[in-house]
Design a protein around this ligand. Structure first.
Ligand code: ADP
Ligand code: MG
Length: 702
């Protein structure tokens, strides 16, 4: 609960070692040194690091912390932490609290159990964590334990990136470098740095904890592997933006407070399309900080939900037949002097920097569409992309009226005007006229221009935002670098720029699509345009090592070929492991819960048939039902045996790609068949006997 004296302003960032705290607690010279390091201008010297570490320790101890940890993001997609206490024994047998600059700057967890994709054998255990000073240190309390958290990068003994943060930071540097070249050659003299920004909207489901605990599939896999559709789904469209349920509103209130304490600027909250589905959006930050914050958002969602007897499901598709969850990544590029490079302003057709930036994004998305697609490929997202709800698996860009018109003009030789939004009059004298945006929205587009940023909507709700964002940063940096090469050697920069824009507007027009992305016509049209439509996760992951992908990461220093290969292996293995766990969980539920319940029901029916017959009714209707149930039981038994055999055969395949293909081609179909039979049984078996909570209960009971 909010205490009356606990204003949001006081709560916000209260557990963050932020700029205000630094100014208060660090000597002026040390503060200046740290600022320079954060801005990338010079490395931190050892003496300053000691002073900073000591100040952090004092601050954390005042907040009740006895431990610190390097907090990093291994390639599992979640976070990792190993706690060390500040205590240090004294010769007198007592203890003092200590924290050195060395401990702050570098950690050495035993790295052997994190996925490395073959970059490191298990016996080569050494791995290092390095403090990322661009993401603020914070204090976090879990249960009775409070610790100081130090956001860190994670690499192997020989310097291979083993985490999600390192390539993201490298890609930000690459984008900064190339965007600055464009700014300089186009006569911007005021900006010194370009930062990629991200505001990730997070979708999630809440189910009552008591239902969750009765569903092994939710516990082990995060999604329902069985479940006939609820008689009522999302067809009434009444959940979207609906009034918040009291229990949910209380949950959101506490969630916000917890996030604000951590400096996460949770801003927007609302009901989403499916019943039991919700969304949270923060105010945007640098992609690095926003990615760290999104990890905290996912963790806090789970934690606070439990306090309200809910369980938060972050899976991309917890329930078949209703909407899945995504994580819309709103992305832009902003200069250190506050210019949003994707802000069209009043007269975008005259703003050469804006036009170059937008056209670079268009070309990057077209040229590297497969890589973008692969950046969101996982087993959960396979249920969403292209399944007539979230965006399709075809990458395309929604530009809207104003920019599409400008692109047409550029293709014709030069842009001379910009369409304006105007005013919307509602015809009611008491309502004010509304200023109208220059473009409508398109909720079906995978990559939409939304006024002053692009929104990448294919990202899955469980995913770290790092992958999709370092891909986007890198491919845009790549196109900007090509453009900068040409402009820097041009005699007439302006006419050369016009020529480049004309070329992009002509050659990459095919990636623009402003219509409804969910239709079959678009699938056909996209095929005619030669755009890829990669529905399968495995097929998508198989494109990662394409020559031009290896080259673009290498050129911009984001990932070496070995690092990229390792990541691909990890993603393929993760796909196989997820499906394997799902299949085994299905078998467990089918054999130990569903089958016994059905057998019980058949015996009830059998007795009923006997009783009714002996009462003199020759062909009782119960008999037909009994026959139906027995036929389905037989089918269920066969489906179980088939799935068992398929999984056993698939597990023997060692090669990561072949193994993943077999899970896709053999195991998933066997799972689908088993589910269909079980779901058919659910619709006829006595509700009292059905062993697991139904869709209707989980989606509608609060
Ligand atoms: P909507 O998508 O409904 O228009 P908002 O305009 O609030 O919602 O934006 C959604 C997300 O986009 C928020 O997280 C917001 O902070 C973020 N956002 C806004 N401007 C930028 C920007 N320049 N760069 C990155 N993200 C941004
Ligand atoms: Mg949005």
């Amino acid at each position: 609960m909010n205490k009356p004296d606990e204003s949001v302003a006081e709560v916000f960032g209260s557990n963050v070692f932020n700029d205000t705290v630094m100014r208060e607690r660090l000597p002026k010279e040390v503060y200046q040194c740290l600022k320079q390091t954060i801005d990338g201008d010079k490395p931190l010297d050892a003496a300053s690091a000691d002073v900073i570490a000591n100040a952090m320790k004092d601050w954390a101890v005042e907040k009740g912390a006895a431990h610190f940890c390097h907090w990093f993001q291994p390639m599992t997609g979640s976070t990792a932490e190993k706690h060390d206490s500040f205590i240090s024994p004294t010769p007198q047998g007592g203890t003092i609290m200590e924290f050195s600059g060395k401990e702050l700057s570098r950690g050495e967890p035993d790295a052997s159990s994190f996925p490395s994709g073959g970059l490191r054998a298990t016996f080569e255990a050494r791995g290092y964590t390095a403090w990322d000073c661009t993401s603020p240190v914070f204090v976090k309390t879990d249960g009775e334990n409070t610790a100081l958290y130090i956001p860190s990068a994670f690499c192997s003994y020989i310097g291979h990136a083993l985490d999600k943060k390192t390539p993201l930071l490298r890609s930000m540097d690459a984008l900064n470098k190339q965007a600055m070249r464009i700014l300089r050659v186009l006569e911007n003299t005021t900006s010194n740095r370009v930062t990629a920004t991200l505001g990730p909207e997070q979708e999630y489901f809440l189910v009552d904890r008591s239902f969750y605990e009765e569903r092994l599939d939710l516990i082990l896999t995060g999604r329902t592997l069985f479940g006939a559709p609820s008689p009522r789904g999302q067809e009434m469209d009444d959940h979207y933006f609906g009034a918040l349920h009291e229990r949910v509103a209380s949950f959101m209130h506490e969630l916000n407070l917890e996030l604000w304490k951590l400096g996460v600027s949770a801003k927007t909250q609302h009901n989403e399309v499916s019943p039991a589905q919700y969304e949270l959006a923060p105010v945007f930050a640098t992609v690095n900080v926003a990615t760290d914050h999104n990890q905290l958002v996912m963790e806090t969602l789970r934690k606070v939900a439990l306090r309200h007897d809910f369980v938060c499901l972050l899976h991309e598709k917890p329930f078949a037949g209703v909407n899945g969850s995504g994580k819309h990544n709103n992305w832009s590029m902003v200069t250190d002097d506050g210019i949003n490079l994707l802000e069209p302003g009043q007269t975008p057709h005259e703003d050469m920097i804006f036009l170059v930036m937008v056209c670079a994004v268009i070309k990057a998305v077209d040229k590297y569409a497969k890589l973008l697609r692969a950046s969101v490929a996982n087993s959960g997202n396979e249920h969403r992309l292209g399944a007539n709800e979230a965006p399709p698996a075809i990458v395309s860009i929604f530009l809207g009226d104003q920019l599409s018109d400008i692109l047409d003009q550029l293709a014709a030789g030069g842009a001379k005007s910009s369409k304006q939004g105007g005013e919307l009059k509602l015809g009611v004298s008491t309502l004010p006229p509304l200023p109208k945006d220059c473009t409508d929205r398109n909720r079906t587009s995978p990559f939409a221009f939304t006024g002053n940023k692009f929104e990448f909507r294919m990202v899955g709700s469980t995913q770290s935002t790092s992958g999709p964002m370092f891909v986007l940063n890198t491919i845009v940096a790549d196109i900007l670098s090509d453009i900068a090469d040409e402009l820097e050697k041009a005699k007439n920069v302006k006419s050369t720029a016009q020529k480049i824009l004309k070329q992009i507007a002509t050659e990459h027009r095919r990636i623009i699509y402003n219509g409804d992305n969910y239709t079959d016509e678009w699938v056909e049209e996209a095929k005619r345009r030669g755009l890829a439509n990669i529905r399968s996760t495995v097929a998508s992951l198989e494109t990662i090592m394409d020559k031009e992908h290896v080259a673009v990461f290498k050129k911009h220093g984001v990932l070496t070929e070995a690092e990229l290969h390792a990541r691909t292996e990890i993603l393929l293995e993760a796909y196989s492991m997820s499906i394997n766990i799902e299949a085994l969980t299905m078998l467990n539920i089918a054999k130990r819960q569903i089958l016994p319940a059905c057998i019980e029901y058949s015996s009830v029916l059998g007795s009923a048939v006997g009783a009714v017959k002996s009462a003199g009714i020759k062909t009782p209707p119960q008999k037909k039902l009994l026959e139906d149930v027995c036929r389905l039981i037989e089918q269920l038994n066969k489906n179980i045996a088939d799935l068992e055999k398929t999984v056993a055969a698939t597990r023997k395949v060692a090669d990561a790609t072949k193994n993943a293909r077999k899970y896709r081609d053999d195991v998933i179909p066997a799972m689908q068949t088993l589910r269909a039979t079980a779901d058919a049984l659910e619709t006829i078996v006595d509700a009292e006997l059905w062993p697991i909570p139904t869709y209707a209960e989980m989606l509608f009971i609060r």
